[in-house]
Design a protein around this ligand. Structure first.
Ligand code: MLT
Ligand code: ZN
Length: 471
């Protein structure tokens, strides 16, 4: 149904004068996704400040059968928060719902609203000497609600898990405006179906998450951060297993970086330098969080890396000697997507296989891509400890974006078919959004799609929640 003037007036009234945007310049940032793949239109961006206001909005839009597109920091890669082109959907920003409602350090929990910027959630935890471990490149602008809706991953999944592993309860406004209050900060609660995990990762297609009970952890007293050079990903897998065993699973980050990616970062990102004396084909950024016995552990890890070097497992390693050096090591990893943008369009794959099979996958996928785009520049980096690879291909130097992107359907098919043969995932951490809807149907078992559609129909029979995304 189309949006009537009287609905617009009712919605404005429900949120008050501070609660909406309708001037073209104010609305503009909500019309384009982060990667600029999609451009939509909308007459109104709502910015409610309470769960009650979200509830009122959903009730009105449901009665009018008008689609609602929830948005957080708009940092997603799959177009999951961009409205349709025809201007028939309302955008719902949670940015004003950014209160920390409660922190309980003894229970290791915090209740935070969906519009909190991830860095604010981390800071609130740190203020009571606790850790909220979700960490990713866009943490200064992405919002908790978006992290929840996409079941975000990031660089500490190896030790702490993805968003689903970090949440104990949720408050969700259903498409008809009812509020599902499941916000209990309990670690044990076996009362019926696990509703919270339905909404986490649903990309706003089942309801609007307004608040979450988050798990907190002890803050490591210090970290050992190392930058390692090695000859191939197989050795990186061995090193990970060695260090997991050695530290009793205290490795929180284990990121694989190819030579191509490091060279791009060194070329385009200021204040970066290779911590190692010479170049290597592959690198690993790793971090191990430690308790009070920090100094002796640091020496022990240094000795273990020296042993790995003697045995030919790694070629070189440097340990960050100061906080500023640690930040630089991290910059080498976190700015890869930004550095890659400097060299033109890229065809991206966010895939996962088992960690043990990842090295073989990289070899086979690279062969397939070289056959389709001999000069495409493969930049395959990612969360090796999670078996999650960002297998990206940048356009050749002598090509242009448009002609390179024409290869995307064939390259995507080849890479995703290979993923299917490995029993892997075609979307490990960035979600489906609008970008991968067809891939979802193609690669998920038909029964899984049927169950997803049945759930969608049960919760959102009028199809107003983020229409056109995921399913
Ligand atoms: C990352 O790991 O850097 C992010 O998921 C973004 C990306 O895939 O480029
Ligand atoms: Zn990633």
């Amino acid at each position: 149904m189309s949006i009537t003037r009287s609905l617009l007036a009712d919605l404005r009234r429900a949120v008050g004068p501070q609660g909406y945007l309708e001037q073209a310049a104010d609305i503009e940032p909500f019309l384009v996704d982060h990667r600029k793949l999609y451009r939509g239109a909308t007459p109104l961006v709502l910015r409610p400040e309470s769960t009650d206001q979200v509830s009122a909005i959903m009730r009105m839009c449901n009665e009018a059968r008008v689609g609602v597109v929830p948005v957080g920091g708009n940092t997603g890669y799959c177009g999951g928060a961009t409205p349709s082109e025809d201007g028939s959907q309302i955008v719902l920003s949670l940015a004003r719902m950014r209160r920390i409602r409660a922190i309980d350090p003894l229970n290791y929990t915090m209740i935070a609203e969906a519009g909190c910027v991830l860095a604010e959630v981390q800071a609130a935890a740190a203020s009571v000497d606790r850790l909220f471990p979700m960490s990713l490149g866009s943490e200064g602008s992405c919002q908790l609600g978006g992290n929840l809706s996409t079941n975000a991953g990031g660089t500490a999944v190896l030790r702490y898990g993805m968003m689903r592993d970090l949440i104990l309860g949720l408050e969700v406004v259903l498409p008809d405006g009812r509020v599902l209050d499941n916000l209990k900060p309990l670690r044990k609660d076996n009362t019926g179906y696990d509703l919270r995990n339905l909404f986490i990762g649903a990309e706003g297609t089942l309801g609007v998450i307004t608040a979450a009970a988050c798990k907190l952890f002890s803050r490591p007293a210090s970290n050992v951060t190392a930058f390692v050079g090695l000859t191939d990903p197989q050795r990186a897998v061995s090193l990970l297993s060695r260090l997991r065993t050695f530290t009793g699973d205290a490795v929180s980050t284990f990121e694989l970086i190819p030579r191509t990616a490091l060279e791009l970062v060194l070329e385009y990102i200021p204040n970066t330098a290779n911590p190692l004396d010479q170049g290597h084909d592959w690198y690993v950024l790793l971090e191990i969080g430690m308790g009070r016995q920090a100094e002796s552990m640091r020496e022990a890890i240094e000795a273990e890396l020296a042993a790995a070097m003697e045995q030919g497992e790694i070629s070189d390693a440097a340990l960050a000697a100061s906080e500023s050096q640690r930040e630089m090591f991290w910059r080498l990893r976190e700015t890869i997507p930004e550095a890659q943008r400097h060299i033109g369009a890229s065809i991206k794959h966010d895939v996962s296989v088992t960690t043990s099979e990842l090295p073989r996958f990289i070899v086979e996928a690279s062969q397939l891509v070289r056959a389709l785009s001999p000069k495409g520049r493969i930049v395959s980096y990612g969360h090796l400890g999670d078996g999650n690879l960002h297998f990206n291909i940048s356009r050749p130097i002598d090509s242009d974006d448009e002609s390179f992107l024409r290869l995307a359907p064939n390259i995507n098919r080849a890479v995703h078919d290979l993923i299917a043969r490995y029993g892997g995932s075609i979307s490990a951490e960035h979600g489906i959004g609008r970008l991968k809807r067809e891939e979802l149907v193609r690669y998920e078992p038909p029964v899984a799609i049927e169950v997803m559609r049945a759930i969608k129909q049960a919760l959102d029979p009028n199809g107003i929640m983020n229409p056109g995304k995921v399913l």
